[in-house]
Design a protein around this ligand. Structure first.
Ligand SMILES: COc1cccc(CC(=N)NC(=O)c2cccnc2OC2CCNCC2)c1
Length: 389
């Protein structure tokens, strides 16, 4: 397949697959900052760049609406991600973030926001090397402006602004195959509200299954069962950071999280991110941790429902409690909070619980990519310790 744009970029190229002589690491060296263009990449005449100040509520609302109407849909165009404004404020303002990496495209005449792309800083370890990267996300072009080759322009502009901050690598995901995935993950869904999921067409009634039998199949206890299972609190940040750092060191690619990162990404925020831990009631040791983020989807044409409330597995560590039991308590809490479905990728050790906890495979794959960084070989999902929003 022709990738006119990606074949011009410093990313693993399909033609290089199997060439073991290519070293792991940066594909192109950094340029001197003086050589990084200080003016924005040219846009087609009708449009202009804008740096989106998400602290401004009106701008945050514009970004919310652009994504809510034009962002990623499932393969059958029945659902569209519907990130909340609060979620976007969380996702785009981690420690050390750059406002200049929140990039919009407006129509010059109307000032309407019609394009968006973001970067956030992240320290990501690839094998043994911790690399300062940008996590690039929320690439969105208004439905009415597709096939005008605006996406490559947005990607070039976020690349330029990231280079301006002396950052030369990036990480991103996509539902499509581009040159060249570092890993290809399968997504899985665990029904929590099967009646609604079947009604809206997310799931289908199993063969030889009745609705009441299906509801019974997915029934969960009314509350968590692990002794010492509770919500994470600010005082837990140091212990959770230690637990996570040790656990994530097992994976070939994973974020290098310090206490500030853990406080931002994992302290509970209502309807944005939930996190729980197991504190041994005798030893007071924190031995396990689980978390999920909240990403609803718009239901695009159903008479009775407009919103699908979905939880997405985030970071989980089990050192004393079996992971299966820890994740079952996560399902129980998600059900308590009225989520319709709990989603997970087969990354880290997730494969060990998916089938047993009655997850079903999704109908698509999520591909992970690194920009300007070559890995000697692609990773199995179980070697990947990175979850993007
Ligand atoms: C149910 O509503 C949907 C609305 C839009 C797309 C999809 C399918 C899909 N593409 N799902 C995922 O990418 C996915 C499935 C499981 C876990 N994480 C995921 O994506 C995350 C991470 C990447 N950025 C989007 C959210 C489903």
């Amino acid at each position: 397949k022709r990738h006119r744009f990606w074949e011009t970029q410093p990313v693993g190229q399909f033609k290089d697959l199997g060439d073991a002589s290519l070293p792991e690491g940066s594909i192109e060296p950094p340029s001197p900052l003086s050589e990084v263009k200080s003016d924005p990449y040219p846009l087609p005449a009708l449009y202009e760049w804008t740096t989106c100040d998400i602290d401004d509520d009106a701008t945050a609302a514009e970004i919310y609406s652009l994504l809510s109407n034009n962002y990623v849909e499932d393969d059958d165009n029945m659902f569209r991600f519907n990130y909340s404004k609060e979620f976007l404020l969380w996702a785009l303002r981690p420690p050390g973030y750059f406002k200049s990496w929140h990039i919009g495209v407006r129509v010059k005449s109307s000032k309407k926001l019609v394009g968006f792309i973001t970067g956030i800083p992240a320290r990501i370890r690839a094998s043994t090397v911790v690399v300062r990267m940008a996590e690039v996300n929320f690439l969105c072009v208004h439905k009415k402006l597709r096939s005008k080759r605006l996406a490559p322009v947005l990607i070039k502009e976020v690349t330029r602004r990231v280079h301006r901050e002396d950052t030369w690598q990036a990480a991103y995901t996509a539902g499509v195959v581009l040159p060249t995935p570092i890993s290809t993950c399968q997504y899985w869904h665990r029904s929590l509200n099967p009646k609604k999921l079947i009604e809206v067409g997310f799931s289908r009634l199993g063969a030889r299954m009745t609705m009441s039998r299906t509801i019974r199949l997915y029934k969960l206890p009314p509350s968590p069962v692990i002794p010492g299972f509770r919500k994470m609190e600010i005082r837990d940040v140091p212990a959770v950071t230690s637990l996570l750092r040790v656990y994530l060191s097992k994976f070939a690619v994973a974020p290098d999280l310090d206490e500030k990162d853990v406080a931002h990404w994992l302290l509970p925020r209502e309807n944005v991110v939930d996190s729980f831990l197991v504190k041994n009631p005798e030893t007071h040791e924190i031995t396990d941790f689980c978390s999920f983020y909240t990403l609803p989807s718009l239901i695009l044409n159903n008479a009775n429902y407009t919103n699908l409330k979905a939880a997405y597995s985030f970071y989980n560590v089990a050192t004393k409690t079996p992971l299966l039991q820890l994740m079952n308590d996560a399902l129980i809490v998600a059900k308590q909070k009225d989520y319709d479905v709990f989603n997970a990728l087969d990354v880290m050790e997730n494969e060990s619980f998916l089938k047993e906890l009655k997850f079903g495979p999704g109908d698509g794959m999520l591909h992970y990519y690194l920009y300007n960084y070559r890995l000697r070989h692609a990773l199995k999902p179980s070697e990947l310790g990175l979850v993007l929003l």
